[in-house]
Design a protein around this ligand. Structure first.
Ligand code: HEM
Length: 222
């Protein structure tokens, strides 16, 4: 779980970094350029297979761990003052993980499916829009337009994304340091540092992700 978690943590840095280019407010030019690079580069496309395998593995490992924990104590404690022996987010990793999974299903439908298989979620096909992006003289899928379409029109989608990202934030705050602990890195001096970096990473990444649908819905990004 630790290794798959660290791989997913690295993916989120790249994903968030490229998406944050929408904040240049240049009509999506820089963002589309890099999104297209990521979508067409052979090495990145090969890593994408790894990403989905790791994501699936992470979910299966989480479910197995949850099952093992339940089996270890089939008869529940008569008195269980959970808050005194574990933190809220360590007890809620399963619930938060499930919420993130639901968010991901919607998210992949919005962006990944149309970018790989054509069309734009929610509206007509790319050919019908006048806004197909250009890259090296070639018409390519306009993911910036896709973002505008997904977030500009429906408040409920923005709310689901923000809730998904809040769940992700809690999940990461606990998961970051837990991944290092699982790999045996637990040290009086370094563990507080790892925890601090984990909290900073989780908050920055999730604030940036949450700002994307909000900024587009509010019209701050055109
Ligand atoms: C909230 C703001 C977010 C926006 C605007 C956004 C946008 C996008 C876009 C445009 C793509 C398509 C990339 C492509 O096909 O080349 C994508 C793919 C993807 N996103 Fe996000 N994303 C967001 C948050 C997240 C979060 C929080 C996660 C994970 C928990 C995530 C996981 C993924 C995955 C797994 C893919 C498919 C990977 C791939 O294309 O190789 N995204 N996202």
């Amino acid at each position: 779980m630790g290794l798959t978690g660290i791989f997913l943590i690295s993916f989120l840095i790249v994903h968030c970094g490229i998406n944050a280019m929408i904040f240049f407010n240049d009509g999506g030019e820089t963002f589309n350029h890099w999104a297209h690079f990521m979508g067409s580069n052979l090495i990145v496309r090969t890593m994408e297979i790894g990403l989905f395998v790791f994501l699936l593995l992470h979910i299966v490992q989480g479910l197995m761990l949850w099952g093992q924990n339940n089996k270890a104590r089939p008869v529940k404690y008569a008195v269980n003052n959970a808050s005194s022996n574990s933190t809220w987010y360590s007890r809620s990793m399963g619930l938060l993980g499930t919420l993130i999974l639901l968010f991901l299903v919607l998210h992949l439908y919005h962006f990944w499916t149309p970018s790989r298989f054509g069309g734009i979620a929610g509206i007509h096909s790319l050919e019908e829009t006048s806004l197909s992006a250009e890259y090296n003289g070639q018409a390519v899928h306009n993911l910036y337009l896709e973002m505008q379409t997904v977030f500009q029109e429906h408040l409920w989608v923005v709310i689901v994304y923000v809730l998904g990202v809040i769940s992700l934030c809690w999940h990461l705050i606990h998961g970051f340091q837990s991944a290092f602990q699982t790999l045996g890195i637990n040290h009086k001096k370094y563990t507080p540092l790892i925890k601090g970096v984990g909290v900073a990473y989780s908050v920055i990444i999730c604030l940036l992700f949450a700002a994307m649908p909000i900024a587009i819905y509010a019209g701050w990004i055109q």
